[in-house]
Ligand binder design. Structure first.
Ligand code: HDL
Ligand code: ZN
Length: 418
């Protein structure tokens, strides 16, 4: 095949993949967004975009400001400082900064005006429901998994009161305190009327399953989820292992729900940064291997925070069909890492993977997180198709659409059902 023909087909292939990936809606399988029924818990607007904890961490690298002084400021005052330091005094080249500008640009703002007052005025005129529709449309996202916790005192009353669900917002049942802080959680469950004791005896394990069943039903939870430290060890003599083996995983199997493990976060490395203060560490994935091997009939979703763990995670996915890996989580959600990780995954496990979730905390972030991620997934996928064409293989458009549908949520859906 001459280079001319090959180059032409490479460009054509990229266009065909770009078209498919733009047209096919995403099932965003992990976010911190809320159904509009949760009111102010659903964040949106320029001040929430600018005070995203990723940018809070970055502004302290420049601003001559104490943590105490910053946290005393209003959200608008914090946003002004972040805008001034990270966008005006220094070019906004970090992924989190660029994301704000991508979102504003796609919403129709002329960002070179650099005028926050115009942007604030526009947002003040928006009705929440219309903005939800607009952001989902611009991001081409048709379903979103929320992070819902029965231990969250702000969201819990809304669930207990009940509300008409927006079917686009699907629930993930988050259980970190149950697995990581059993002592305090036992007293919370007791207060809720569950007959639990700190010793994990049979009645207590039964009561934990009743708790999970009740909240799983109330949430109509798609999966259970937990974020775990890099020191997570399984099996161990800690309550985590007993609760996993004898309550959480049996619950998941009984209700056909996967368990999502998000491993590698070190909470409060710098507590003064509050939500921005979490760090990361490399995980010994032997624990994940043990979980998948000990529970062959359970389904595990997994994403890990350390780039160094990504290759081993892919190899584990090759060994265990009950493991579905997803996302370039948090500190790996930058083009450099996402490109490398996505290519590694396609080359090691093909299309049986969910390359990305947004982890959005602010509604409008969906626009940039999916614009940036689609660009990378499309580039890598087209490259892999191009490798195929050099063997004489041809990928018709309907198969490109099929494969992209898989990557943007189809493979996840199939995994959840199987
Ligand atoms: O534990 C998690 O779900 C993480 O995604 C944290 O919420 C983290 O603060 C975050 O927002 N990462 O993107
Ligand atoms: Zn998250």
């Amino acid at each position: 095949m001459n280079l001319e023909h090959h180059t032409g087909s490479r460009a054509n292939l990229q266009e065909r993949v770009n078209a498919a990936i733009a047209a096919i809606p995403v099932f965003d399988i992990h976010t911190h967004l809320y159904d509009p029924a949760f009111g102010s818990l659903l964040l949106y607007g320029i001040d929430d975009l600018l005070t995203y904890h990723y940018l809070v961490a970055e502004v302290f690298r420049y601003a001559d400001l104490t943590y105490e002084a910053f946290w005393k400021l209003s959200k608008t005052e914090q946003a002004d400082i972040i805008w001034d330091q990270l966008f005006i005094k220094h070019s906004p080249i970090s992924e989190a900064c660029r994301g704000v500008l991508t979102t504003l640009n796609k919403l129709g703002f002329d960002v070179k005006q650099r005028d926050l007052s115009v942007i604030r005025k526009w947002y003040a005129e928006q009705e929440t429901g219309a903005l939800v529709d607009k952001c989902l449309e611009l991001a081409n996202v048709n379903r979103i998994c929320m992070t819902n916790s029965p231990f969250d005192t702000e969201e819990r009353p809304v669930w207990e009161k009940g509300f008409d669900r927006d079917e686009r917002f699907i629930s993930g049942l988050r259980i970190d305190p149950l697995l990581l802080d059993w002592t305090n959680t036992a007293s919370l469950l007791s207060q809720d009327g569950y007959s639990v004791t700190e010793p994990l005896n049979e009645p207590t394990l039964t009561a934990i399953r009743q708790f999970l069943a009740a909240w799983g039903k109330r949430f109509r939870a798609k999966y259970l989820m937990v974020s775990l430290p890099p020191t997570f060890t399984y099996p161990s003599n800690k309550p985590t292992t007993t609760i996993l083996d004898q309550a959480v995983i049996p619950h998941c199997q009984e209700h056909g729900r996967p368990l999502a493990l998000m491993i590698g976060v070190k909470r409060a490395v710098n507590p003064d940064l509050q939500l921005a203060g979490d760090g990361m560490g490399r995980t010994d994935l032997q624990s994940l291997e043990n979980l998948c091997a000990n529970h062959p009939n359970a389904k595990f979703l997994c994403t890990v925070l350390a780039k160094e763990n990504q290759h081993e995670l892919c190899v584990l996915a090759r060994k265990f069909p009950n493991l579905h890996i997803f996302g370039c989580w948090w500190f790996t959600n930058v083009p450099y890492a996402m490109e490398e990780i996505t290519r590694l995954r396609l080359e090691l496990i093909g299309l049986s993977v969910t390359p990305q979730h947004s982890d959005a905390r602010v509604l409008d972030q969906l626009i940039y997180k999916w614009s940036h991620s689609r660009e990378i997934i499309s580039r890598v996928l087209a490259e892999k198709y191009d490798d195929l064409t050099r063997t004489g293989w041809h990928v018709p458009d309907d198969e490109i659409n099929r494969d992209v549908t898989d990557l943007l949520g189809g493979a996840f859906e199939r995994f959840c059902k199987c």
